[in-house]
Design a protein around this ligand. Structure first.
Ligand SMILES: [Zn+2]
Length: 230
């Protein structure tokens, strides 16, 4: 295999998967979905459907024990509610810290785990879907350009120059990611972004708001909201 894609089943990583499949072909791409103790399994179910759509191998990994002591609001063990504000509104009262849906060092942990799996499968690159909106205001510091450069260097050195880490959207906004995905005909109707695990996306959590704005900016309706396909 050539490429491993960190794959949550959301908009960004689904676009990443579409790009990798176009570049390498489905047989050369391994998708990795990590369960980290989310309050629901909608993302994993979406990841399964999208991996099947593309015909790529999907590997799953359970890292939930690592977050057992975290109070991150996305986690099933947390009493904190998922905020119903935009990220900009949330950042106004976090005192410079990440938002409450930041999972402690998630991308660092996932990329390190992915590096071991990628090397075992002969992959030469790991892709993940970090983009500039997520890094803005330090909402998710492990989505920043600087973090990506640092972890790429660490993985490259630590793998004996065999493996690179690429965040192809790290300088793009989410709207630009969606533009790219629409060009690639990514099956967004199968994806799931909402932090809540309801039958339909809640429409008010940070990621629902971001997703809606990204599709609106591209002048298209979110395909996942049509006809209750979730
Ligand atoms: Zn939502």
């Amino acid at each position: 295999m050539k490429a491993l894609v960190l794959f949550s089943g959301g908009v960004d990583s689904t676009t990443c998967l579409g790009m990798a499949v176009e570049k390498y072909g489905a047989d050369e791409v391994l998708a990795l979905s990590v369960y980290y103790g989310q309050k629901h399994n909608k993302e994993i179910k979406a990841a399964e459907k999208i991996a099947a759509y593309y015909g790529v191998r999907l590997q799953t990994l359970d890292l939930s024990l690592i977050f057992a002591d975290s109070d991150c609001s996305l986690l099933s063990g947390s009493k904190n509610e998922i905020p119903k504000e935009s990220y900009a509104e949330q950042l106004a009262h976090t005192n410079g810290k990440p938002v409450s849906t930041y999972v402690p060092f998630r991308n660092g942990l996932f990329i390190a785990s992915a590096a071991s799996i990628a090397l075992s499968n002969g992959c030469e690159v790991i892709y993940y879907g970090a983009h500039s909106d997520d890094a803005a205001g330090n909402a998710y510091p492990d989505c920043s350009d600087e973090f990506n450069e640092a972890i790429n260097r660490a993985v490259y050195l630590g793998s004996g120059n065999q493996l690179k880490v690429k965040a192809p959207f790290v300088k793009l906004t989410k709207a630009q990611v969606v533009k790219k995905g629409l060009e690639l005909k990514v099956p967004y109707e199968l994806s799931w972004s909402c932090y809540e695990g309801g039958e339909h996306p809640c429409g008010v959590c940070g990621t629902c708001r971001d997703r809606a704005a990204a599709f609106k900016e591209n002048g298209v309706a979110d395909p996942a909201l049509k006809g209750g396909s979730q």
